[in-house]
Design a protein around this ligand. Structure first.
Ligand code: GAL
Length: 678
């Protein structure tokens, strides 16, 4: 995997200080001029030194096909520059204007039922539409031409959250592009027929023209067709990204290009591991979804983003100061959460912290979404917290540029396995790939052990312990890599529904988990998923849900660590571990949830020689993350609890936080400290 190489501040305006970038999406077109003056004054007060500008400005910039209005944007850019605020300037192509969709309705996406998605929201364009591309690229050329030499311009913000609303388009444009993609992948119809298993249900194709996206069908459409459509849809947007990027690179070779990913919760459609190399630095948007693992999920996403960025600093392009507007119930942040959330991203490598958005909107679909300046105005807790964060980030300037320090353990993340494991027509529709991975991450946090979340394909040899939860899709090269990892002394843990299919979604025969069966030294003849009303227990009183299996141990070196205590498989193995030379391969055959997994991982980590680096008293209560520049290391300590925590026995000079009389660090509920270690 290659990674973007350019630093965030490749082109820093001469009047902006180096350090961590701080700011927000700024939408001045929603406000009269007098508010703009107030905005920049308050931005300075809050320590803002960067904004993203013009993201949804297409209709204002090009009100009619041959009419262009840049005066207002020139003025906003100038005002920002004069106030020492850099601009991450959007290409403005995210939301096409009414004149364009009225003239060219053929750019509108079509859903799987054949229904057109009409204008009225945003991102109403087909990723594969040649007409949309033509018009959008004219705008990109104009923007690049006009602002290439603007002193405020620090980076290009390509489109916005590509695929947020339009990842799956089933239109005729998509059908054409899908066929081209399939031809490039399979070359012959025979190869495609084999890969898609079209001998089943009379699906054999005799002409490329017969192939369609998986539109609404009588029953489950072909699984490999569905999987390939997911792969294609991610690639089609990446192809669009390249088209905008190539113009920007040609017109402004010294200005880095980024686009904001959405590595968070349920955003599943874009394989960002395959996108990262296309841009000059990685950016991510993250919104917390309330629930018991909310802050763990934030850390998980930040961690994965940092590793997708190859350990290099990245840009947190959006998160919220408080509530969002698009969840069923939009919860306001508790005291301390605004800073804790931002600094957790910094801990995992973010060198820029930005919010959506600067000033909370007065009208439109996001008027109840928080901003740095809320409806109440600057005399508010939200604004004061945002300004306090600005000061904290100034104190963290020495951290800027430091990379992530590799952890002793890793969790492997794989988009194809996510897509394939959660497909329809499976043993249960209750499988949740990301939740399983998150449960293992919570377990590492509970044990106070640092773990990286890495995309499959990352070199594993530096990790003593690797967990590959629900690694469903394992082709021969991946199986070989995992074997090699274990044989050279690595400790692998995997779970139910791993190693079941190859890259075409064809089952490995001879017993599950086919691709990993020999490595794990176990064999499973039949899956036995549980109903929602059922659960079983394992030795040690662990409760298991969702999935069970009759596990046979096949190798002399495979030890049974835990057995089913109740249910159909009582007395049979539930958790096993095979020793392979100095390494091992462990298998967890059921869903244990975060608490159960913590108990199992405790033993597996100890056996792998992986222990917590935190003082015993705060393990589980505090998350430790380390960034490094040469010999200089920065330890981030994040209080995971809603109670104050005291951390003793940790060396280092506090950049954030203060030491008490005995050298102890006191973290408020949800508080953060940062130490500079020698
Ligand atoms: C993102 C988007 C922003 C804003 C935000 C609200 O999806 O990029 O423009 O809509 O969500 O949470």
């Amino acid at each position: 995997m290659t990674h973007p190489a350019r630093p965030l501040w490749l082109r820093r305006p001469d009047n902006v200080a180096p350090g961590i970038a701080y700011g927000a999406d700024y939408n001045p077109e929603q406000w009269p001029r007098e508010v703009w003056r107030d905005d920049v004054r308050l931005m300075r007060e809050a320590g803002v030194n960067i904004v993203s500008l013009g993201i949804f400005s297409w209709a204002r910039l090009q009100p009619a096909e041959h009419t262009w209005r840049f005066d207002w944007l020139d003025e906003a850019m100038g005002l920002l520059y004069d106030n020492g605020i850099a601009v991450d300037l959007a290409t403005a192509t995210a939301s096409p204007p009414p004149w364009l969709t009225a003239k060219h309705p053929e750019i509108l996406p079509v859903n799987e039922r054949g229904e057109t998605l009409w204008p009225g929201g945003r991102q109403h364009w087909r990723p594969t539409s040649p007409v949309f591309r033509e018009h959008a690229l004219v705008l990109v050329e104009k923007m690049a031409g006009r602002y290439a030499d603007h002193p405020a311009l620090t980076a290009w913000h390509l489109s916005n959250e590509l695929g947020c609303h339009n990842i799956y388009d089933y239109s005729d444009d998509a059908a054409r592009a899908f066929r081209d993609w399939l031809r490039a992948r399979y070359a012959t119809l025979d190869a495609l027929n084999h890969a898609w298993g079209t001998a089943f249900w009379s699906q054999e194709y005799s002409d490329w023209a017969q192939i369609l996206p998986p539109r609404l069908a009588t029953t489950h459409p072909n699984p490999t067709q569905q999987l390939d459509f997911k792969r294609f849809s991610s690639d089609a947007l990446r192809d669009y990204l390249r088209a905008e990027r190539d113009i920007l690179h040609r017109r402004t070779p010294d200005v880095p290009v980024t686009t904001n990913f959405m590595i968070m919760g349920g955003t599943k459609g874009m394989d960002y591991a395959a996108w990262a190399a296309e841009i000059d630095f990685v950016s991510n948007d993250h919104y917390v979804e309330p629930g018991p693992q909310a802050s763990d999920e934030l850390s998980f996403s930040a961690n994965l983003t940092g590793n997708i960025a190859g350990g290099r600093p990245w840009f947190l392009m959006e998160h919220s100061t408080s509530a969002v507007n698009w969840q069923p119930v939009n919860v306001a942040k508790k005291p301390g959460e605004l800073a804790r959330d931002s600094l957790t991203h910094v801990a995992h490598g973010a060198d820029a912290v930005c919010f959506f958005q600067w000033r909370q909107s007065k009208a439109g679909a996001e008027k109840y979404h928080s901003g740095m300046v809320p409806h109440a105005g600057p005399d508010s807790d939200v604004f004061r917290s945002a300004a306090a964060l600005g000061a904290t980030l100034r104190d963290l300037a020495p951290v800027a540029g430091a990379t992530r320090e590799q952890a002793p353990a890793a969790i492997v993340f794989h988009w194809d396995s996510w897509w394939a494991a959660e497909a329809d027509s499976h043993p249960t529709d209750r499988l949740r790939y990301r939740q399983e991975a998150l449960d293992w991450y919570t377990a590492f946090l509970n044990l106070g052990i640092r773990a990286d979340v890495v995309p499959l394909g990352t070199a594993l040899d530096g990790y003593r312990l690797v967990v590959a939860p629900m690694l469903h899709m394992v082709g021969e090269p991946v199986a070989k890599e995992l074997r090699g990892y274990v044989e050279s002394g690595g400790h692998l843990v995997t779970t139910y529904f791993s190693g079941i299919v190859d890259e075409h979604d064809h089952v490995w025969l001879g017993g599950h988990p086919g691709a990993l069966r020999d490595l794990l030294g176990v064999r499973v003849e039949e899956f036995a998923p549980l109903l929602d009303t059922e659960s079983v227990t394992l030795d040690g009183d662990l409760s298991a849900t969702l999935w069970t299996e009759r596990v046979q141990v096949t190798g002399p070196d495979t030890a049974v660590l835990s057995r089913y205590a109740t249910g159909e498989h009582a007395g049979h193995p539930a958790v096993t571990r095979r020793t392979v030379g100095a390494g091992s391969a462990a298998y967890v055959s059921t869903r244990l949830g975060a608490q159960g997994v913590t108990a199992v991982l405790d033993g597996l980590a100890a056996a792998a020689g992986v222990t917590s680096e935190l003082p015993a008293g705060v393990r589980g209560g505090v998350e430790l993350t380390v960034r490094r520049r040469g010999a200089e290391r920065f330890a981030f300590l994040v209080n995971r609890t809603d109670q104050p925590v005291t951390v003793a026995d940790l060396p280092g000079e506090p950049l954030v936080g203060t030491r008490g009389p005995h050298g102890e660090l006191s973290l408020e509920a949800r508080g953060v400290a940062v130490l500079r270690l020698g």
